[in-house]
Design a protein around this ligand. Structure first.
Ligand code: NAD
Length: 393
């Protein structure tokens, strides 16, 4: 496909659809028009489309037929069938994180705390394979909407790695905040897990990406994850948890803390924290220690702007930064949060790939490595942190 005007179709009309739409307004390399949106929740769809003057489609099939690029902005449990349906019609897909997962056996009795992690890993690998095989048979591409890959700080580190030929020795990073607004998030059958997949997927993807980049730069082949040792905990579900109302406590059968230790094929390592236990706004960062430099990527918050007010009432109408509890005192205001998070950069890059055939940085292989690592991590966590091999597809 090599044309200047591409038609975007949105599956889902919630939070992610809104920020995808906003990011599309800042795509400048390709002319993009929005064909419309489809979601099964009629009120939600009407609100999303009428506010933006978009067509509301009555079926997924019609939306796919009318679009060149499908944005999969739906709960993780729905990603695989939508991705496969779009690829079968030779359309590109931009699929939100997490790529896929295991969502139970469909029974009422399914419980995220107790199912066999080995079975979960096998089912997840099948789901990943189904999407990668659909991509192979399609003219369309999988574009994994992992915004961390396109965050300017991570892309600058990519450039440094490529120009210095550094060996990445140890990375450590985190994505945490005080808890998700979405009730679907705490139910394994909808989310495919808790903090490890929902939040850990972001810094983990960036760490795996940088090892892919290093490997391609130094030897021509990506360096991929080999083993993982992980621990998970459900801290806010403990009977002894002291709830003072600041952290969300809506998790039914998922963890709210995860620690991941990943060993790559070359013996180097990455450590990732993910949790719902952190106040003071989101805590998203990655530190990269290499053979010739050390970089700290402050994705959010960062110090590009800091502002003080003695009383939060003055900032009542001012957006400050994601999930901060108070605006009183000093705030690390984000003057353009979507820019620092990489949202507009990922969309511009994806549409350049769709229009001009540029390679996709956040592609199906990266998505597969991230999710295989996480589900091997769930096997490890069930064995209290024993080292587990990451199946590489
Ligand atoms: N990259 C990020 O920073 C980021 C942030 C938030 C959410 N996400 C991801 O975006 C995805 C969507 O999350 P959200 O917060 O927008 O959820 P949401 O609940 O706000 O919206 C989900 C939408 O999907 C629709 N939907 C549900 N089942 C569907 C189906 N079978 N077919 C079509 N539409 C269906 C719903 O009607 C709703 O419009 C998730 O994978 C989530 O992890 C990513």
């Amino acid at each position: 496909m090599n044309k200047q005007l591409l038609l975007a179709g949105f599956v889902g009309s919630g939070f992610a659809a809104r920020f995808h739409y906003d990011a599309l307004q800042r795509v400048f390399s390709v002319k993009v028009e929005v064909a419309g949106a489809y979601s099964p929740s009629a009120d939600n769809l009407r609100e999303f489309t009428s506010q933006r003057n978009l067509k509301a489609f009555e079926s997924l099939e019609e939306l796919i037929d009318a679009s060149d690029v499908i944005h999969v902005c739906t709960p993780p449990v729905t990603h695989e069938p939508i991705v496969v349906a779009a690829l079968r019609k030779n359309k590109h897909v931009i699929v939100e994180k997490p790529f896929t997962g295991y969502f139970g056996d469909g029974t009422e009795a399914f419980n995220g705390d107790t199912f066999s992690r080995e079975e979960g890993l096998e089912a997840t690998l099948t789901s990943i394979r189904n999407m990668l095989e659909a991509e192979k048979a399609s003219e369309g591409l999988i574009m994994y909407a992992e915004n961390w890959i396109y965050a300017p700080a991570i892309q600058k580190e990519r450039e440094i790695l490529q120009k210095t030929g550094a060996q990445v020795l140890w990375m450590h990073g985190e994505q945490s905040h005080s808890g998700s607004h979405s009730l679907a998030y705490g139910q394994w059958k909808l989310s495919g897990g808790g903090s490890m997949i929902g939040k850990g997927c972001h810094p983990l993807a960036a760490a795996i990406y940088l090892k892919h980049v290093e490997g391609r730069t130094r030897t021509g082949n990506p360096i991929r994850p080999k083993t993982i040792s992980a621990r998970t905990h459900a801290i806010t579900r403990m009977p002894a948890y002291q709830d003072e109302g600041y952290l969300k406590t809506t998790y039914k059968d998922t963890e709210d803390f995860a620690l991941l230790h990943v060993v790559f094929e070359d013996g180097t390592i990455a450590d990732v924290f993910a949790s719902e236990l952190v106040m003071g706004g989101v805590h998203n960062w990655l530190e990269v220690n290499t053979s010739n430099h050390r970089t700290i990527c402050q994705v959010n918050p960062n110090t590009s702007m800091q502002s003080y007010t003695p009383d939060g009432k003055h900032f009542r109408d001012v957006y400050v930064v994601e999930k901060t509890e108070t605006k009183q005192g000093w705030s690390s205001i984000s003057p353009d949060e979507g820019w620092f998070a990489g949202y507009q950069h990922e969309m511009d890059a994806f549409y350049r790939s769709a229009a001009f055939g540029e390679p996709v940085e956040s592609n199906g292989q990266l998505a597969a490595d991230v999710i295989s690592t996480i589900y091997a991590g769930y096997v490890s966590a069930a064995r209290k942190g024993a080292e587990v091999t990451v199946p590489i597809l």
